[in-house]
Every structure is written in structure tokens, then in C-alpha cells.
Write a new protein. Structure first.
Length: 190
């Protein structure tokens, strides 16, 4: 079974909305404008590209990333990886042609079936609604969280607000950086 990894920049209060500067959010761009840049804190991002074998995105994140990421040197390895977009509304004609193989999945059952295929880890970037659905369905195996020492208050959160039984997580890696960022790699205890 393939490991499904949710990778996110989050604030200490769990907000993951608009970390890179997306319009329409009050604190847009908080990851870089409000915290001193320390390069080693972002080593996990390069490691994710080296270790992952596929990318899973929700429709909104696909539409935000696909015009930009294909030409970004920082994300070059993702260009050649298979991409899967979970959406009930996205159509084939809206897929970008310059970002490699992309498959649209219509249901979480299709995501579960993808996890059963041969291959290495599948990484999820952004994708708030998808993360909620995947967590609720018990499909996430690991979290890569780069926690920023900020309280943002309102905003979309990584974790769903579903009334559920306690979900245990096991801390398997952690680091603290000079700028206050914390890396937490947590396995979901299934």
C-alpha cells in the first residue's frame, strides 16, 4: 500500500489558507512576509520531491498551482511525476498540457484504490477541502507540517471540524529552527 502524505504550511492555530500570497485572504502571504526566512527549515520540501512518486491535489489547488508550478525550478521534479486531481467538476479540457500526466479522480474510493497500487508515497499539497475529506475517510497516513509561530485567527484550517473519535498521531521526526518554525512529521496511527 502506498503512503499518502499531507504536506502543509500551517499557523500555530491550524490555519493553512493563502500561505503563498493568494488574493482574498486578510493575512495572505504569511509564510514569507511574517517569518524570517531560514533556508534549512524548508529542506523538507526538497526531500518530499525526492521521496514522492505522485502528487494528489484538489481542484482548487490544481487550478492555483498548474499555471505556476510547471515552470518553477523549485518544483521541477513534480513536473515529471504523475498528478491526480480529485474533483467532481474538473474536465479534461481544463488540464494544463505542460505539467505531465494528470488523471482526474471523481471519488474517494478512487483515491483509496490509487493507494492500493504499486509505487511510492503520494504527496498532497494545499487542498483544504480534499484534506478534510481524506482525513474523515481515514486515507491520510502521514503529515508533514511546517508550523509557523503565528496566530492567524480566521482562515481555512488543515484539520476538519468533524465530530469524530480521537485520532492518534505518532511523532516520527521533528526540528525547531532559529526563526521559530517547527517541523513535525507525524504518522497516523491506523
Amino acid at each position: 500500500m502506498r503512503t499518502l502524505i499531507s504536506s502543509a504550511f500551517i499557523s500555530l492555530d491550524g490555519v493553512m489558507e493563502a500561505p503563498g500570497g493568494e488574493p482574498g485572504y486578510r493575512n495572505s502571504g504569511w509564510t514569507f512576509k511574517d517569518v524570517e526566512f531560514v533556508p534549512e527549515a524548508f529542506d523538507i520540501k526538497e526531500r518530499e520531491q525526492q521521496e514522492s512518486t505522485a502528487v494528489l491535489l484538489g481542484r482548487a489547488s490544481y487550478e492555483a498551482f498548474s499555471p505556476v508550478w510547471p515552470d518553477m525550478e523549485d518544483f521541477a521534479r513534480y513536473k515529471i511525476m504523475p498528478k491526480y486531481v480529485v474533483s467532481t467538476t474538473l474536465t479534461e479540457d481544463r488540464l494544463v498540457p505542460n505539467w505531465g500526466e494528470t488523471t482526474i479522480l471523481r471519488t474517494l474510493d478512487e483515491v483509496a484504490a490509487l493507494k492500493e497500487t504499486e509505487g511510492g508515497p503520494i504527496i498532497v499539497h494545499g487542498s483544504v477541502a480534499l484534506n478534510h475529506s481524506l482525513a474523515d475517510a481515514g486515507l491520510i497516513d502521514r503529515y508533514h507540517l511546517l508550523v509557523h509561530p503565528l496566530l492567524l485567527g480566521a482562515g481555512k484550517r488543515l484539520f476538519p471540524a468533524t465530530d469524530m473519535d480521537t485520532q492518534k498521531l505518532k511523532l516520527v521526526e521533528h526540528a525547531v529552527y532559529a526563526n521559530g518554525l517547527q517541523l513535525n512529521v507525524l504518522d497516523v496511527v491506523h
